[in-house]
Write a protein that binds this ligand. Structure first.
Ligand SMILES: NC(=O)c1ccc[n+]([C@@H]2O[C@H](COP(=O)([O-])OP(=O)(O)OC[C@H]3O[C@@H](n4cnc5c(N)ncnc54)[C@H](O)[C@@H]3O)[C@@H](O)[C@H]2O)c1
Ligand SMILES: O=P(O)(O)OC[C@@H](O)[C@@H](O)[C@H](O)[C@H](O)CO
Length: 498
């Protein structure tokens, strides 16, 4: 049977119940105050929900979201057909609940509607920009600056001030062009909140924006950079909620709860956390009324999450995928892998993390593993495994480097790095199924696919200077241990660790 689509009109008919909530009925008429760059699954299950909750708690109707898709029109087309209305299916604790979200009030295809996006960025009613465009979306070079050798960055820089030639396609290109238009329109201050899993993500984006201004041809960049310094802030934020890719099963389960077909559905775990540096240039939603933690220093939260959660996630993803596990839940329920994850948190990672105020790191680690283990959340190992070159530095390598410098032996974190190398090189799990190589450096990584000599694999991959620093490349004892682990993993076994 073909179900009617979820859309604005459906909100009058949906009846909230035990497993269905429809706050969208009260927020769908709000005006737009936020531009979100990268309207992927995560933003719809995280920032959008906090923003809707904040409006519901504090009253007001001015924080609707203009969601912008970056690379393809797919999400735009799905959500536009539903008037921006979609559901969040929360899976966990043995049951699924559905919430209908109404706060996405406008959807733009960043490629086809770049002009409209730049106008929105220059609109005085917009006070906040949020972004989730994946780690690779920022086009960072080794060291964290803007990769001005990237062809799309170069083209955006050459685009000219009036954009007559070619509208920008990169995230930073679009953001800076929008800021230029905002400065010209004297449209007031703006806050840019990066919500990607990058360390010091606000500072990182601020640097990229200024690098872009510095590299602009002609005299345009200097005054623009000055305006940005005076009018725009870039608070860092730590974001946390596991949001796997939506499956047909998810869509079926959601339809059973709402009676509607939802092409914009996202699925998430019950847990959610957002810690934001309290450094806003102008107005903002009352996010604290929705449970957002505003703080002077996000640093400890970021490091804790990127290492204890994401570092372990990536390790389980590579080891799990190699062992033929489909999901993270299966991987963490594998006794051997769980023991590695537990030891890695306890022995390697916790000693590198300064606990945020009031947080017990041991308890945090236990909670992370319990979240991973929920079988209801079918987060696949290969989804977490993608873009390894973009993730490894902040998730594992910084902890490895700090540990070695402090004279400690990061046994399990080293195994995590080896697992990535073996995943790249082996390209098949123990059952012979192919493992996808989804990474912006896939062309280079492809050179080691199929190689069975661990020395050669380690040697080739350690040469990626966007990933590995000289401290690790030149550390002979670490390299030896890494190579032994890669050798074992290439045979399909998991190294025996104490
Ligand atoms: N999914 C999660 O569990 C989760 C949790 C915490 C943080 N995050 C952060 O959110 C990011 C996005 O996750 P998601 O689940 O929404 O993924 P998604 O695949 O649903 O969406 C990715 C978004 O990034 C954009 N994008 C992808 N490649 C890009 C590129 N090269 N340049 C510009 N934009 C690009 C896409 O257009 C899309 O809007 C993650 O990379 C991570 O940094 C995700
Ligand atoms: O979203 P990515 O690709 O940066 O990383 C995959 C997962 O490790 C990540 O999404 C976690 O699920 C998330 O960071 C939990 O908050």
């Amino acid at each position: 049977m073909t179900l009617p689509r979820l859309d604005r009109a459906a909100l009058d008919e949906l009846r909230a119940g035990d497993r269905l909530s429809v706050p969208a009925a009260r927020t769908v008429d709000c005006s737009v105050g936020i531009v979100h760059l990268g309207l992927g699954a995560f933003s719809r299950a995280h920032q959008a929900v906090y923003t809707e909750d904040a409006m519901l708690a504090a009253g007001g109707a001015e924080w609707g979201i203009c969601g912008v898709t970056q690379r393809s029109a797919d999400v735009h087309d799905r959500l536009a057909a539903q008037d921006g209305v979609y559901g969040v299916l929360t899976r966990g604790d043995g049951r699924a609940t559905l919430r209908i979200v109404g706060v996405v009030r406008e959807v733009l295809d960043g490629g086809a509607q770049t002009e409209a996006l730049l106008d929105r960025l220059a609109d005085p009613r917009i006070a906040v920009v949020t972004a989730t465009v994946t780690e690779k979306g920022y086009r960072r070079a080794a060291g964290g600056g803007l990769d001005t050798r990237d062809p799309e960055v170069r083209a955006d820089l050459a685009g000219g001030a009036d954009l007559a030639g070619r509208p920008p396609v990169t995230v930073i290109g679009r953001l800076v062009r929008g800021l230029a238009r905002r400065a010209h329109a004297d449209a007031g201050p703006l806050t840019v909140v990066c919500c990607d899993n990058l360390p010091s993500n606000g500072t990182a984006v601020q640097r990229l924006v200024h690098d872009f201004c510095d590299a602009l041809p002609g005299a345009e960049g200097g005054p623009l950079a000055e305006w940005i310094r005076a009018s725009v802030t870039f608070p860092s934020s730590m974001v946390d909620r596991i949001v796997p890719t939506t499956t047909d099963d998810d869509r079926r389960d959601a339809a059973a709860l709402s009676g509607r077909y939802d092409a914009g559905l996202v699925v998430a775990e019950p847990f959610s956390q957002w810690v934001v540096e309290d450094r806003f240039a102008g107005a903002r939603p009352c996010w604290e009324r929705a449970g957002v933690q505003l703080t002077d220093d996000v640093g400890p939260f970021e490091v804790m999450k990127l290492r204890l959660l994401n570092g372990v996630h990536s390790t389980l993803a590579y080891l799990g995928a190699l062992r033929g596990h489909r999901t993270i839940a299966e991987a963490v329920r594998d006794d051997e892998l769980r023991a590695i994850a537990e030891a890695m948190i306890r022995q390697d990672l916790i000693p590198t993390v300064e606990p945020p105020d009031g947080v017990d790191l041991g308890g945090y680690g236990h909670q992370v593993l319990a979240r991973f283990a929920d079988p209801a959340l079918r987060h696949t190992c290969v989804q977490v495994a993608m873009d390894g070159t973009q993730k490894l530095p902040q998730r594992l390598l910084s902890a490895v480097s700090e540990s070695l410098a402090a004279g400690r032996h990061p046994r399990y974190a080293t195994l995590g790095v080896a697992a990535w190398m073996a995943y790249v090189a082996r390209g098949r799990d123990v059952k012979g199924r192919a493992l996808p190589l989804d990474d912006p450096l896939a062309a280079t990584l492809g050179d080691v696919r199929g190689r069975t000599d661990a020395d050669g694999v380690v040697d080739a991959l350690l040469r990626l200077d966007a990933v590995f620093g000289p401290d690790l490349v030149d550390h002979t004892a670490w390299r030896r241990e890494l190579t032994v682990d890669v050798q074992t993993l290439l045979t399909g076994a998991v190294p025996t660790v104490p």
